[in-house]
Design a protein around this ligand. Structure first.
Ligand SMILES: C[S@@+](CC[C@H](N)C(=O)[O-])C[C@H]1O[C@@H](n2cnc3c(N)ncnc32)[C@H](O)[C@@H]1O
Length: 277
């Protein structure tokens, strides 16, 4: 006998508001009314896995003090779209303007501050390996989704993701998967040694990461409201060395956000250099 499949549970306005409030509190991401279908699309399977009939029970799970399920929900609700050499103008600027002007004898530190699955950080690493600064350098990639950070650390991508990686860089820094890895490419040791990934929430005080010469903050502020953006920029500017750069995506700007950063060109901002340069 075949039974009719149960219809997926519908989310009520109150349940949507509760999930959206929790996500906002924890990540700064605003889910505005109208995004109910998106939430059901992303959480529906999780409800089925957990054997829950409705979002009311799920909201109760999200409030549990261990925060376990909230972490899972954040993994599912964040939008992680990214690619290698996305907005390549920024990597041209890194290679042609930032690296040559970097003072010799100082380590160059770059932070991919919403690194998603790691493509942005690995792209920066390829650029710096090809055009290294005079001194040493390192790259840190962070994201609020623990699942996506684990994926970035593995450094495994479908071959099709290689898209914009120039062929000679692909040959130099990537391995082609075989057997169970067929169809995948893996970041080689040279690349992996240069990039460190860890969980970090941009709403938190992240000064323990140290200071940076370059912060890539691309395609994440779009999910935040103005007060959240303003507070974030205040904190991040304190994490730049004098003369350091903060780069947002080409579709974003710091217009209307008070800060000491000065626009060098659209989407590229710089903290004025101190008395030493
Ligand atoms: C669209 S991706 C951008 C990836 C990359 N920066 C780029 O431009 O291609 C946005 C990333 O921001 C992360 N994110 C959202 N809120 C965050 C927060 N509060 N702290 C850290 N990362 C956050 C998401 O998990 C997601 O991986």
């Amino acid at each position: 006998m075949t039974g009719a499949l149960a219809a997926p549970p519908e989310i009520t306005g109150a349940e949507f508001a509760a999930i959206s409030a929790l996500l906002y509190q924890r990540t700064g991401i605003r889910l505005v009314p109208g995004k109910e279908t998106l939430v059901m699309g992303r959480l529906g399977r999780r409800l089925r896995q957990l054997g829950l009939d409705g979002y009311g029970d799920y909201v109760r799970l999200l409030h549990q003090p261990d925060g376990q399920e909230l972490g899972q929900a954040i993994d599912l609700l964040t939008t992680n779209e990214t690619s290698f050499f996305r907005e390549p103008q920024h990597f041209d600027y890194l290679r042609e303007a930032i690296v040559p002007a970097h003072p010799p004898g100082h380590i160059l530190r770059l932070w991919s501050a919403a690194s998603s699955s790691g493509e942005e950080a690995y792209t920066a690493a390829m650029v710096l390996l090809e055009r290294p600064p005079a001194g040493s350098w390192e790259i840190v990639g962070t994201d609020v989704s623990t699942r996506i950070v684990a994926g970035a650390r593995r450094g495994l991508y479908p071959i099709e993701a290689a898209g914009r990686i120039p062929p000679e860089l692909l040959r130099r820094y990537w391995l082609k998967g075989r057997d169970e890895y067929a169809g995948l490419m893996a970041a080689g040791a040279t690349l992996r040694e240069r990039v460190r990934f860890r969980y970090a929430n941009l709403l938190d005080d992240l000064r323990d990461l140290g200071r940076f010469d370059v912060i890539l903050l691309r395609n994440v502020m779009i999910y935040f409201d103005l007060p959240t953006k303003a507070a974030l920029i205040q904190r991040l500017q304190e994490m730049l060395y004098p003369g350091g750069h903060l780069i947002v995506s080409l579709s974003e700007s710091l217009n209307g956000i008070p800060s000491r950063l000065r626009m060098v060109r659209p989407s590229i901002y710089r903290l004025p250099a101190g008395p030493h340069g």
